[in-house]
Design a binder for this molecule. Structure first.
Ligand SMILES: NC(=O)c1ccc[n+]([C@@H]2O[C@H](COP(=O)([O-])OP(=O)(O)OC[C@H]3O[C@@H](n4cnc5c(N)ncnc54)[C@H](O)[C@@H]3O)[C@@H](O)[C@H]2O)c1
Length: 246
């Protein structure tokens, strides 16, 4: 019960890593607000997780959604800016519209999440956890938009951490950088490429540990960052990537 008495909002909580974090947070005693645009998935998960879980429709790119979400929640101890998409393609393939769409969700969404989290938590302190990626540290030819977006999340995290520290808010802000993790986002990427088997084998090959990761292995670091155990940790990058950034 490492999160007993805490309330966390998790964007993109209906699926994949967000769903795994919601599940583990409930097991650790937290109350969880699942925030997503996948209403059916989010409501089903909240029902499965029981009375300490709830669902709200929140499109991370819409400021009005953030404002009404925060109005409806009494107090928050943790905001996890996890919602994201992955657009595959190199600099010659990606269109401006695709690039803007990637940044709208993965960067503007995190910016708004941090902004509203700081406003909500600055009186009592808390933890902001931003989901970046190994792709925010290491570039690959076919992820130009995603590389740019996830690198932006990493440095924005440090700026928020610096501001909150300087302001004495008691808010910590850290980023998580998963390697390749088995979630539905992978299937969406594989559906965009002509050679899915080769791409999958390539993902496994870049992890010295010899496999891709599980959502539970990412939920574990999120528990640490949301708990008081990480009280001296801010502005840090957590690489949970099977050694792929070595
Ligand atoms: N799976 C991986 O290998 C991996 C690796 C590194 C980083 N990440 C990052 O982890 C995060 C979660 O990814 P996942 O693998 O669980 O993917 P996923 O596709 O399973 O889940 C993403 C969730 O975000 C939601 N979402 C999309 N757009 C949204 C919006 N505008 N507003 C609110 N919710 C929205 C989706 O409905 C979905 O529930 C993403 O930011 C992703 O970039 C994933």
């Amino acid at each position: 019960m490492r999160l007993n008495g805490k309330t966390a909002l998790i964007t993109g909580g209906s699926s994949g890593l967000g769903a795994a974090m919601a599940t583990r947070f409930i097991a650790e005693g937290a109350s969880v607000v699942i925030a997503d645009i996948d209403d059916a998935g989010g409501k089903a998960l909240a029902a499965e997780l029981g009375p300490k879980a709830s669902y709200i429709h929140l499109d991370v790119t819409q400021e009005a959604d953030w404002a009404s979400a925060m109005d409806g929640i009494a107090a928050l101890d943790c905001v996890i800016n996890n919602a994201g998409i992955t657009t595959a393609g190199n600099i010659e393939q990606i269109t401006l519209a695709q690039f803007r769409h990637e940044f709208e969700i993965d960067v503007v969404g995190v910016f708004l999440g941090c902004k509203y989290a700081v406003a909500k938590m600055k009186a009592n302190g808390g933890s902001i956890i931003n989901m970046s990626s190994l792709a925010g540290i290491k570039a690959t030819a076919d992820l130009v938009a995603y590389n740019g977006a996830k690198a932006a999340v990493a440095i924005m995290t440090k700026s928020v951490a610096a501001h909150c520290g300087k302001s004495g808010y008691g808010i910590r802000c850290n980023s998580i950088h998963p390697g390749v993790i088995r979630t539905p986002i992978l299937d969406k990427v594989l559906a965009q490429v002509p050679n899915p088997d080769e791409v999958y084998a390539g993902w496994v090959a870049v992890h010295p540990i010899g496999r891709i990761g599980t959502p539970e292995e990412i939920a574990a670091i999120a528990v640490y960052l949301a708990s008081d155990e990480s009280g001296f940790t801010t502005g840090a990058e957590f690489r949970i990537d099977g050694g792929s950034s070595i």
